[in-house]
Design a protein around this ligand. Structure first.
Ligand code: KG4
Ligand code: ZN
Length: 350
């Protein structure tokens, strides 16, 4: 089966072609027009998607060495995301499916991330036979879920305020770093001391009111943000500049240790032997390292997405569409965007 996947939920315009479950092309164009605003401007994002979607889809088809007439299925992100941005990709994909008389599969963006560690590129890399715990950490989401082999899942933890990526981006902004600051904090932290300053880790066994951690799998990062701000206000610009790498490493350590502790606790308490992490923050080198060490200590198998599949991409959308078809999920026509309705497609949240 040859699948064309389309992803336009935020500020990446992407199209990918999969053949027999394997990636033949994955074209991603990251919008640069938002940098001067310090965050994604929804209307600019929609216009950029509109400008690029046709050429990106054509590029994915050409790079895969096929013609559009060889496609068997078209899939696109149907939400959650910026409504105008999602609409561009979804309308384009449904229009193309209609014109070519092909089936269409809507895909939930977060579910796409969840399955990104199982994108096949060269080697076969199918999801585990049994259940796995998924940690999905992006600029908009921080979710812990238990995913079953029939692709259904149960959300067992989520952020009560900011997403993990936001925690990186907003504290990075306080340090004067450009948006999105996550990758820059990662780079700076590699030369810094994570024990330089202890920032708070909410709802964990390390939080000051350690009684707050009683198997609580929810996250909270707003306290960290305030703590970084008030601590920085007490330092001189010279001190901050001199210790930028140490401060970045300390912030990163606070975020990463919470993510690792809760993910491993979830797998252990539920007696699940596999963990998969996904989303933009899963590109973080300290998170990958710490999660691997913690999983190894507990005998848990860890699945990581390839670095280029951590951030938004269409290969994950096409991959999940393929898994759904194999599971007998019916294709659709005339699907509407769902900007917030996060887990309509096959999920179950608690
Ligand atoms: O999944 P994604 O591309 O878009 C959303 O759906 O949000 O995630 C973007 C987020 C941003 O907050 C960015 O700072 C973060 O992922 N990110 C990182 C790294 N690479 C991307 N955070 C920490 N370390 C990284 N290496
Ligand atoms: Zn995403």
């Amino acid at each position: 089966m040859i699948i064309l996947g389309i992803e336009t939920s935020c500020d990446e315009t992407s199209a990918a072609v999969l053949s027999g479950g394997r990636v033949c092309s994955n074209v991603v164009s990251s919008q640069r027009c938002h940098a001067e605003f310090g965050g994604v401007v929804p209307e600019l994002a929609s216009r950029e998607h509109e400008r690029l979607i046709v050429s990106i889809a054509e590029a994915a088809i050409t790079e895969a060495n096929i013609t559009k007439n060889e496609l068997d299925l078209i899939a696109a992100t149907a939400g959650p995301g910026l409504i105008g941005a999602v609409m561009v990709g979804l309308s384009f994909a449904q229009g193309m499916a209609y014109a070519l008389d092909l089936p269409f599969m809507p895909v939930n963006h977060i579910e796409g991330h969840i399955f990104s560690p199982f994108i096949e590129e060269g080697a076969s890399h199918r999801p585990p036979e049994g259940a796995f715990v998924s940690l999905t950490v992006s600029g908009g989401h921080t979710l812990l879920s238990v995913v079953q082999s029939d692709l259904s899942y149960e959300v067992i933890g989520r952020t009560l305020d900011d997403a993990a990526g936001e925690a990186f981006d907003k504290t990075g902004k306080m340090l004067g770093l450009a948006y999105p600051a996550g990758p820059e904090i990662d780079r700076l932290a590699s030369g810094g001391d994570p024990a330089f300053h202890e920032f708070p880790r909410a709802l964990t066994s390390h939080s000051q009111s350690s009684r707050s951690y009683r198997g609580n799998l929810d996250f909270s990062f707003s306290g960290l943000k305030t703590s970084v701000l008030t601590w920085l206000q007490k330092q001189t610009p010279e001190f901050i500049e001199k210790h930028l790498a140490d401060i970045a490493a300390s912030i990163q350590h606070a975020i990463v240790s919470v993510l690792v502790e809760k993910t491993v606790a979830a797998a252990r308490t539920r007696r699940i032997g596999a963990v998969a992490i996904a989303g933009g923050v899963s590109a973080n080198s300290a998170l990958r390292r710490a999660m691997k060490e913690a999983c190894d200590r507990s005998g848990i198998e860890l699945h990581l997405p390839g670095l280029r599949y951590s951030t938004d991409n269409a290969a994950m959308i096409a991959t999940l569409a393929g898994l759904k078809v194999r599971r007998g999920v019916p294709t659709e026509r005339n699907y509407s965007v769902a900007p917030y309705a996060s887990f309509a497609a096959g999920g179950r949240s608690s």
